[in-house]
Design a protein. Structure first.
Ligand SMILES: Nc1ncnc2c1ncn2[C@@H]1O[C@H](COP(=O)(O)OP(=O)(O)OP(=O)(O)O)[C@@H](O)[C@H]1O
Ligand SMILES: [Mg+2]
Lengths: 366, 310
């Protein structure tokens, strides 16, 4: 087990594509870190550089304090789970899991002990004699994890390990992975583009975009205190609403004034923070769950507004209402008992203590 | 049973030919009718000659009386024919192993050349395979032939004495194998190159992370993944090489002292040149059981792996 450090790591592919543009990241021992970001942002590339499958164009990667830039994958003491599992089709499940240990010349008894133990943890003991072809997707996934666990490596690397599974199995395997990590506690780097996976699994989430790290932090911090407009929009589902507005000062207090004149009062404790933006055009960010109907208990810092729904989506435990306001899409989460109707104005309240102000010139959250 | 038969019979008669139509419309019937031409061709070109050859092999020299396995007994007792068996087996096995090994090595080299250079090399390496072997063997004969041998000439430059390529039995055997390998290796190369390309890159990455060196990746990933194509190409090549005729005929014509004959060239010698057609047929039938047994086991292995893995 070990910590992993990335210092100014750059990857430029032949042909000049800079997939990773100098990232810094410190991962502590036993930590579960999730790299998340949209397709093509360089997550896999970063992971493959840590694995040693991809050469590093600049910077340093250290595992357990040793710089591994020029060390081949087999000497890095890492284990990786691939998106399509990459099981050896000609080997039985047992041999697939034992392969890494056999190559490292472990004694037979030790191999057997470890494989049996991993099979027990993953609940695949009855499958040990089968070939991968005779397994379902979820079973293959477990075998691929077993292959990583038996090695007892310094670091686990996962590249979208669940994206080939159906929705139900994905949730189940997600829990499984979390359980395994709580048991073996190996430092883990996990790549996904699914932010729910990121939020549920991670000790810390690394949000990447266009080859750079936008923000690193625990899931709750990313949710409540996003640093940039990108993170604010990427974390959370449905995504945060961004409404063009002005900050206006009126007798010491600040108001968010939307283009149609709707005025929402800024909570007192935030006035100092937003005062420099008084009189300026900004983006008013508010999550759908903080834009609701008037059923809440906590009555402080609520601002009323009225919008006319275009689409209503009843989800069972909640109802999503979509509005169009001066060219921007706005989503609100309503109590399912609220009688919302398309085309009929709806009274909403904004939880202003959960608001965000984004400076449109820098795209940073103020 | 009898009741059922009595009940259906009148009904079949009544509509008049309706059941015949139904029979003609059945999928298996249509499939059979459509493959009929092919079955006829195979029957005419394979089954009938093979049957005729077996019939011939049981006749005496004048083809006037049936002598059972007499021809085979005489062959097995003859020193020359035992030499032919030895030479055929030695030639086929050595040549196939060398062809497969060299073909694999070439394919592996090509596989690691970037795509644009690869085409050029692949084309050049395929040349021996596309030249008619009788023609290229003539070229080799020219290079081996003692008076003009260019190979010997080159050897002499490096102060190595001339080699009696075609004059000495063992050298002649080696020469035949060299030419056959030169001609046949490109076939293996092209088959193995295609097979190498079909091994998923991620398996190599997984193996590299599991701790495999490049040799171990070859040993534990590439070769097992290619087992089927290797079995089939080796089987195919073994059949063709056992039956090789043109290289031996042109290069040594069986000499010196009938020591480089293989089944096919010896069958020609005995059956056509010496005029004993039944015995020639017996010679050519000799390799059939050997190949049939090998083919059975190889194909069974391929089938089993296909079911388990692919
Ligand atoms: N071998 C390569 N050669 C050139 N460019 C590449 C290569 N591999 C990836 N790229 C580019 O590098 C960028 C990052 O790719 P990467 O695979 O890391 O994305 P990702 O974040 O894993 O995306 P996804 O979620 O779709 O897997 C992409 O723009 C991609 O086109
Ligand atoms: Mg990826």
């Amino acid at each position: 087990m070990a910590q992993v450090s990335l210092r100014k790591v750059i990857k430029a592919y032949e042909g000049g594509v800079q997939a990773v543009k100098g990232i810094d990241l410190e991962i502590a021992d036993h930590e579960f870190v999730v790299l998340v970001g949209p397709s093509g942002c360089g997550k896999s590339t970063t992971l493959r550089m840590i694995a040693g499958l991809e050469e590093i164009s600049g910077g340093d990667i250290a595992i357990g304090g040793t710089v591994v830039n020029d060390i081949p994958p087999r000497d890095r003491d890492i284990a990786m789970v691939f998106q399509n599992y990459a099981l050896y089709p000609h080997m039985s499940v047992y041999d697939n899991m034992a392969f890494g240990l056999t190559l490292r010349k472990f004694p037979k008894a030790e191999i057997d002990k470890r494989v049996t133990e991993a099979a027990r943890i993953l609940d695949i003991t009855p499958l040990l004699e089968r070939k991968p072809k005779a397994l379902s997707g979820g079973q293959r996934q477990r075998v691929a994890m077993g292959r990583a666990i038996v090695r007892d490596p310094k670091v686990f690397l996962f590249d979208e390990p669940l994206s080939n599974l159906d929705a139900k199995l994905r949730v189940q395997m997600r829990t499984e992975i979390k359980k395994v990590h709580q048991t073996v506690k190996t430092t883990t780097i996990y790549v996904t583009h699914d932010q729910v996976e990121a939020m549920t699994l991670a000790d810390r989430v690394v949000v990447m975009n266009h080859g750079v790290i936008e923000q690193v932090g625990p899931p709750q911090e990313l949710y409540h205190h996003p640093a940039t407009r990108f993170v604010a929009g990427f974390i959370g589902s449905p995504a945060m609403n961004f409404i063009p507005a002005r900050i206006e000062e009126a007798s010491g207090a600040l108001n968010v004034v939307m283009n149609n004149g709707t005025t929402l009062a800024v909570p007192e404790e935030r006035v100092a923070r937003y005062r420099p933006y008084a009189g300026k055009q900004v983006l008013f960010g508010i999550r759908p769950e903080h834009l609701t109907d008037d059923k809440t208990m906590d009555k402080s810092n609520l601002a009323p507004l009225s919008l006319t729904p275009e689409v209503i989506e009843p989800m069972g435990m909640e109802t999503l209402a979509h509005f169009r306001h001066e060219g921007t899409e706005i989503t609100a989460r309503l109590d399912p008992s609220t009688p919302a109707e398309v085309g009929k104005p709806l009274a909403l309240i904004a939880h202003m203590n959960q608001m965000h102000i984004i400076d449109p010139t820098t795209d940073k959250v103020v | 049973m009898a009741d059922g038969g009595a009940a259906t019979l009148p009904r079949m008669d009544a509509p008049g030919g309706a059941s015949l139509k139904r029979f003609a419309r059945r999928r298996s019937t249509i499939a059979f009718l459509m493959t009929l031409p092919l079955i006829a061709v195979i029957g005419g070109l394979v089954v009938w000659p093979a049957g005729y050859a077996i019939h011939l092999a049981t006749l005496n020299r004048r083809m006037t009386s049936f002598i059972g396995l007499g021809n085979f007994e005489i062959l097995l007792e003859s020193e020359t024919f035992r030499m032919v068996i030895f030479q055929s087996v030695f030639f086929a096995i050595t040549a196939v192993i060398l062809k497969a090994a060299i073909g694999f090595w070439l394919a592996h080299m090509l596989h690691h050349i970037p795509a644009n250079g690869q085409r050029k090399w692949r084309g050049m390496l395929l040349v021996p395979w596309v030249i008619p072997p009788a023609l290229s063997t003539l070229g080799w004969w020219w290079m081996f032939e003692p008076t003009y041998s260019s190979i010997n000439w080159i050897l002499n430059i490096f102060a190595i004495p001339s080699v009696p390529w075609l004059g000495e039995p063992w050298w002649a055997r080696i020469s035949v194998i060299i030419v056959n390998v030169w001609y046949g290796a490109p076939f293996f190369m092209i088959m193995y190159l295609a097979a190498l390309k079909s091994v998923p890159e991620q398996l190599y990455e997984a193996a590299a992370i599991d701790g495999a060196t490049s040799w171990q990746r070859l040993r534990y990933v590439t070769l097992p993944m290619m087992r089927n194509i290797i079995s089939i190409t080796v089987l195919f090549s073994l059949i063709v090489t056992f039956a090789n005729y043109d290289i031996v005929r042109v290069l040594t014509n069986g000499g010196p002292r009938d020591l480089t004959h293989v089944f096919a060239s010896y069958a020609f010698q005995v059956g056509i040149l010496a005029g004993n057609i039944p015995r020639g047929a017996a010679v050519s039938l000799f390799m059939f059981p050997i190949l049939a047994i090998i083919a059975f086991f190889v194909l069974r292995g391929v089938n089993r792996r296909n079911k388990e893995e692919a």
